[in-house]
Design a protein around this ligand. Structure first.
Ligand code: SAM
Length: 235
């Protein structure tokens, strides 16, 4: 285990970010994102806090940036069925491999999956009540994080909210992931990049203090459990 988690490892590369990585392992990795997120990323809490209250008032347009396998938008579309307002979701990912995987999944009502980045969405003129991302910020350089947050702010309708959620780097998070995933290596994680990339993700991720130093004016940083950090902007 690296002893230098005090410093962010901006050089380490996740296997999934290698354009030449094994496509079958990558597809199995995308297929497991939903399961891993359910354990570490509390997607339902994100829905309850930021999306459900708006759906009780009326229709909501949601943008999910860096959607990967599009698990979160699909889950949100299911949960939203019982609410008063109608939910429209645009799920985007610039990686053609992620897009191809996500586009093959079930087509929920109100869900569009597109291969594009946030800048391309700005150019379409479409604007949103809620803009989210999960586990995207640690893939980006500091300059790319700042650009993504600026773009998210431009994509908000008046009264909207942008929430970019990620891992918070710490020795505890690294140790918990290292130990917690070990029993699942021969089963659930077999043939995926999840354990290796998960550990790299933690080394690449930022502490709340580091993220707070990056965010533009108008944004705030919140911490959550387990080992979560969020950049939030309410328009
Ligand atoms: C670890 S995956 C997370 C996927 C999904 N959000 C989830 O939580 O399951 C990171 C995703 O971010 C995407 N990504 C990387 N750079 C991006 C960028 N600049 N803008 C948007 N998405 C990006 C990658 O293609 C990848 O699908």
């Amino acid at each position: 285990m690296p002893g230098r988690l005090a410093v962010r490892d901006a050089v380490a590369t996740e296997r999934m970010d290698d354009p030449h990585c094994d496509p079958e392992r990558l597809a199995r990795t995308y297929a497991r994102f939903g399961l891993v997120n359910a354990v570490v990323a509390s997607p339902r809490a994100t829905y309850r806090r930021w999306i459900a209250p708006r759906l009780r008032q009326g229709d909501v347009r949601l943008l999910d940036i860096g959607t990967g396998g599009a698990d979160f938008p699909r889950a949100v579309c299911r949960w939203a069925r019982r609410e008063r307002g109608r939910l429209d979701v645009l799920a985007i990912d610039p990686d053609p491999r992620a897009f191809a995987f996500a586009a093959r999944g079930p087509r929920g009502r109100g869900l569009r999956v597109r291969q594009m980045d946030a800048a391309a969405v700005i150019a379409t003129g479409e604007r949103f009540d809620v803009v989210v991302s999960n586990h995207v910020l640690h893939h980006l350089s500091d300059a790319e994080v700042t650009a993504l947050l600026d773009e998210s702010a431009q994509l908000l309708r008046p009264g909207g909210v942008a929430v970019h959620r990620d891992i918070e780097r710490s020795r505890g998070a690294y140790l918990a992931f290292w130990i917690g995933t070990l029993p699942f290596v021969p089963f659930v994680l077999r043939g995926t990049f999840l354990r290796e990339d998960g550990l790299t993700s933690i080394r690449r991720s930022r502490t709340a203090r580091e993220l707070a130093q990056l965010v533009p004016t108008g944004w705030r940083v919140e911490r959550g459990w387990p080992a979560r950090v969020e950049a939030v902007r309410e328009a």
